[in-house]
Design a protein around this ligand. Structure first.
Ligand code: PMP
Ligand code: GLN
Length: 413
């Protein structure tokens, strides 16, 4: 490996997807639904691919298919209460991954520092490092760890510590709300605190909001780009995979001011150049249809979270019935839980990984038939110990499969 890629060889996704293929557990690991995507978008994809318009199967505009950037700009203009220029303030990418990559490559000079909140979606760090940047870390920590269920709202960052990380080398901070894997939905007060530091130190904010529509009652998603003086310095990232439950389509986007998006365009045009046309067309149709019923109970942006909330509650109940201590997420479709009450039932010594959560999740996959993700994958080496008592499960699954998971765990316990 070239030097700049050294240290990036381990990926929890590569490893755990392989493990799932080999042992065929009930898979609550990698985050994706196990049910059909909404029919209006899958039909729109079939229509696009078989359309009379031959160009819908050919290359489209590099920075985003016109129909898609137009509707993305329309949607976020409404949500941000400002007019976004579809051609210069929106870019379509191969999943949110590519948007993150374009931002971090496009805005990092060697030695630039990025502040990262642990646990973090694992790719942020290799993306920063390969660009020559330096990640600086601050952890979300639970205010308490006993006394029954925790809420993701209990997971907070130390404000003084965050303040101390900002300095003249800080290029920006990456935030993720709703948060993977904790499920935290950052409060207005927390976002204002972050925004004020970003303004004080004149830094960027990268806001990974791929779970923006997955927020449970009574919580509300707040876009940091809407806070005073923040649009100018914020790049916000979204994902069609999460928005329309089509993770395999790998369409994402970023929006923000034209001068900041320009750098993303430069990376994109020399990397993927343009994304898949028919899926962009279908996502555009999906957005157009949701915009027509925006805010109504049948709008997918409303109905999906409603559908998931009982699944979340069911999972919290069965995890706690087997002795785990779940953190109830305010958003997203993951739940973390402390598994250590079950430690006498697992033979961790049969696994060789350094971190206990890796050993626990591997042992469970092989011997009990349930797969979760080890949350220490979302921490830097020095901090992995913070996550070893936890496991992450995904609950965007059919009720019958959640019931199966509950039965497997209850029988084993
Ligand atoms: N950010 C977060 C927080 C995620 O959980 C994911 C996983 N989907 C991504 C970004 C990447 O999204 P995509 O599948 O659209 O590339
Ligand atoms: N975002 C999803 C998760 O956290 C999928 C990640 C991936 O495929 N790399 O599980």
């Amino acid at each position: 490996l070239p030097d700049r890629l050294k240290g990036n060889d381990k990926s929890v996704w590569v490893e755990y997807i392989q493990l799932a293929l080999k042992y065929k557990p009930l898979n609550l690991g990698q985050g994706h639904p196990d049910f059909y995507a909404p029919e209006n978008v899958t039909k729109a994809l079939a229509d696009a691919a078989t359309s009379d318009n031959p160009f819908l199967n050919q290359y489209t505009r590099g920075f985003g298919h016109p129909r898609l950037v137009n509707v993305i700009a329309k949607l976020y203009s409404k949500l941000l209460d400002r007019t976004l220029d579809p051609n210069n303030e929106v870019i379509v990418t191969c999943g949110a991954y590519e948007a993150l990559y374009n931002v971090l490559q496009g805005h990092t000079n060697p030695g630039d520092e990025w502040i990262i909140i642990e646990p973090f979606f694992d790719c942020y760090v290799p993306m920063i490092r390969t660009a020559g940047g330096i990640p600086r870390y601050i952890a979300l920590k639970p205010k308490r760890t006993n006394g029954g269920f925790l809420s993701s709202a209990d997971w907070i960052f130390d404000r003084q510590k965050l303040e101390s990380l900002f300095n003249e080398k800080t290029k920006g901070i990456v935030i993720n709300t709703p948060h993977n894997p904790i499920g935290k939905v950052f409060t207005l007060n927390e976002l204002e605190f972050i925004a004020n530091l970003a303004k004080k130190w004149n830094t960027l904010v990268v806001s990974d909001e791929v779970y923006e529509w997955l927020v449970y009652e009574p919580y509300k998603h707040i876009r940091i780009a809407t806070l005073p003086g923040m649009y100018e310095r914020t790049i916000t990232i979204g994902s069609a995979g999460k928005t329309f439950s089509v993770t395999g389509w790998k369409i994402g986007w970023a929006y923000g001011p034209a001068n900041l998006l320009y750098n993303l365009q430069v990376v994109h045009q020399n990397c993927t150049y343009t994304c898949n046309t028919p899926t962009q067309e279908a996502v555009a149709v999906g957005f157009e249809q949701e915009l027509e019923r925006f805010g109504q109970s049948d709008c997918y942006f409303v109905s999906l979270a409603k559908e998931l909330q009982p699944k979340r509650d069911y999972m919290a109940k069965f995890l706690s019935d087997v002795g785990m201590i779940p953190t109830i997420p305010e958003g997203g479709y993951f739940m973390i839980a402390i598994w250590t009450a079950l430690k006498d039932k697992v033979r961790l010594e049969e696994e060789t990984d350094e971190n206990k959560d890796y050993r626990f999740t591997k042992w469970m996959t092989k011997n009990v038939g349930i797969q979760g993700i080890p949350p220490s994958a979302f921490y830097v080496s020095e901090d992995k110990h913070l996550a070893e008592d936890y496991v992450r499960y995904c609950f965007i699954k059919k009720d019958e499969n959640l019931k199966k998971a509950a039965d497997i765990l209850m029988k084993w316990k």
